[in-house]
Design a protein around this ligand. Structure first.
Ligand SMILES: Cc1cc2nc3c(=O)[nH]c(=O)nc-3n(C[C@H](O)[C@H](O)[C@H](O)COP(=O)(O)OP(=O)(O)OC[C@H]3O[C@@H](n4cnc5c(N)ncnc54)[C@H](O)[C@@H]3O)c2cc1C
Length: 392
C-alpha cells in the first residue's frame, strides 16, 4: 500500500482537497498526489464572488467592490461594501498550496505521473499510471472529464476564451471597477463578450469570451482583443505580460460516475463547474472541505457521501437559463444587463455562487423577461424530472 489517500491531479481541486485534509487534522493519513504535469506555473486566474472563507485567502491579488456590464444600449454599474469580486492568479494559489504540502511530512506529490485508470484491489484501489501502479485505501479523481455524446434534451456548451494580461503605455484603466461583460463585441449569432479586470491604471486582464460553439484558433481571440483595446479603450500601444486559455463546461449533462466505489470524483470531474456560469472555484472549496471533514471523522474506508454538485432548484434554473439562451442568444446582453441592474449585489453574488436562497432566486427570476422564461421553464420540466429520477 503506497498511501491511505491518493489524489489524482494536483490542480485546483486536488491541491484544495489536500490542504483541506491537513486543515481538518489528517496528520496521520499518508496522502499521495499524482499529476501528469512537471511544474506548476500560472496557467489561469480564478475569480469568484466573496461569501465563503477558504484557506487560499492569502493568494487573493485583487478585489473589486464595483463592477459593470456594458451593452450597445448602455452600461450598468453596481457595487457593494460587503460583496467583492476577487481574483487569485494560479501561481499564487499553487505556491501557497505546495508550500503547505512541503511542510507536511505525511504528504507527497509525484509529478509526471499520468493516470490511465483504476483497478480495485483486495484492500483498496490502485491508480494505473504509465510508470506502474499506486495503491491506496481511497482515491479522489480530478482528471478532466472526457465529453461523450450529448444525450437528447441536454445542453453541453463550452465557455471558451483567451485572456491576456496587458500593460498599456499610459494610465487608462479605473482599477476600482471590473467589467464583467462588455457585449459590444457581439456581432454574429454567438454569445460573446469582453471581460476586463483592471489590476492598476495601466494593467488589466482582458479576455475574449464565448458561451457556446467550438473553441476558435487562438489568433481569432488575439485579434479581437487587440481590436477591442484600440477601438473601445483607445489603447494603441501595449505589451503582453501573461496569456491564458480555457474551455470550461457549461453543461446539464450529468458528470461521469466514479471509476469504483473507492474512488470519488472531485473538481470539474464532479460537475462543479456551474452550468449557467462555468464558475467552479468556490464550489471546489466547499466540496473539498466537506470531503476532508468526512474523511477525517469517518475514516478512509467508509463510503464517501454522495451529493449533487449544486442544489436541485439551482440546477433547474441553470437548465432554464441555458435553454433560453440557446434559443435566443441575441437576448443575452439585455438579459445580463437587466439582471445586474435590477437585482441587488448581495443576492446577485449569492445567486452566482450556488443559486443563493429561495428569495435570491425569486429576485433574479423577477428581473428577467417573464413570459419567455416561464415558457422555457415549462419546456424544461421534463428533462429536469428525468435528471432528478436518474440521480435519486
Ligand atoms: C483558464 C481558466 C480560467 C478559469 N477561470 C475561472 C474563474 O475565474 N473562476 C472559476 O470559478 N472557475 C474558473 N475556471 C474553471 C475552474 O475553476 C478551473 O478549471 C479549475 O482549475 C478546475 O479545477 P480542477 O481541479 O477540476 O481541474 P484542474 O485545475 O485543471 O486540475 C486537474 C489536474 O489534473 C491533472 N491531470 C489531468 N489528467 C491527468 C492524468 N491523466 N493523470 C494525472 N494527472 C492528470 C492536470 O495536470 C491538472 O493539474 C477556469 C478554468 C480555466 C481553464
Amino acid at each position: 500500500m503506497d498511501a491511505d489517500v491518493l489524489i489524482i491531479g494536483a490542480g485546483c481541486a486536488g491541491l484544495s482537497l489536500a490542504v483541506h485534509l491537513l486543515d481538518a487534522g489528517a496528520s496521520d493519513l499518508e496522502i499521495v498526489l499524482l499529476d501528469r504535469r512537471d511544474t506548476h506555473a500560472r496557467d489561469r486566474t480564478w475569480c469568484y464572488w466573496s461569501g465563503l472563507e477558504h484557506p487560499f485567502e492569502g493568494a487573493v491579488s485583487h478585489s473589486w467592490h464595483r463592477w459593470k456590464v456594458i451593452t450597445s444600449a448602455g452600461e450598468v454599474e453596481r457595487g457593494s461594501r460587503s460583496v467583492a469580486y476577487r481574483c487569485i492568479p494560479a501561481d499564487a494559489f499553487y505556491d501557497l498550496a505546495l508550500e503547505r504540502l512541503e511542510r507536511s511530512p505525511n504528504v507527497r506529490l509525484v509529478r509526471e505521473a499520468s493516470v490511465e485508470g483504476f483497478r480495485d484491489t483486495d484492500s483498496g484501489v490502485a491508480a494505473v499510471t504509465d510508470d506502474g501502479e499506486f495503491e491506496a485505501r481511497r482515491a479522489f479523481d480530478s482528471r478532466p472529464p472526457i465529453p461523450g455524446p450529448v444525450p437528447a434534451g441536454e445542453i453541453h456548451w463550452l465557455q471558451h476564451f483567451v485572456g491576456l494580461e496587458i500593460e498599456a503605455d499610459r494610465p487608462v484603466f479605473d482599477p476600482s471597477v471590473a467589467t464583467l461583460m462588455d457585449f459590444r463585441v457581439m456581432e454574429g449569432p454567438d454569445i460573446r463578450f469582453m471581460y476586463v479586470l483592471p489590476l492598476d491604471e495601466r494593467t488589466a486582464l482582458v479576455e475574449d469570451t464565448f458561451f457556446g460553439g467550438a473553441p476558435r484558433p487562438e489568433s481569432e481571440y488575439l485579434e479581437s482583443i487587440a481590436g477591442y483595446l484600440e477601438e473601445r479603450l483607445g489603447i494603441g500601444s501595449w505589451s503582453e505580460r501573461h496569456r491564458e486559455r480555457g474551455a470550461i463546461p457549461m453543461s446539464t449533462v450529468p458528470p461521469p460516475v466514479s471509476a469504483s466505489p473507492r474512488v470519488t470524483n472531485i473538481g470539474v470531474r464532479a460537475g462543479l463547474a456551474r452550468p449557467a456560469t462555468g464558475y467552479a472555484f468556490l464550489a471546489i472549496q466547499r466540496h473539498s472541505r466537506r470531503l476532508a471533514v468526512y474523511t477525517v471523522r469517518a475514516g478512509v474506508d467508509r463510503p464517501m457521501p454522495r451529493g449533487r454538485p449544486y442544489p436541485r432548484a439551482t440546477a433547474f434554473l441553470d437548465r432554464v437559463f441555458l435553454s433560453y439562451l440557446e434559443r435566443r442568444p441575441q437576448r443575452a446582453p439585455e438579459m445580463f444587463r437587466d439582471m445586474f441592474e435590477r437585482v441587488a449585489p448581495e443576492p446577485m453574488a449569492r445567486f452566482l455562487f450556488d443559486g443563493g436562497t429561495p428569495s435570491d432566486k425569486v429576485a433574479v427570476m423577477r428581473s428577467l423577461p417573464a413570459s419567455p422564461l416561464v415558457g422555457q421553464a415549462l419546456r424544461d420540466l421534463g428533462p429536469a424530472l428525468r435528471d432528478t429520477l436518474r440521480r435519486t
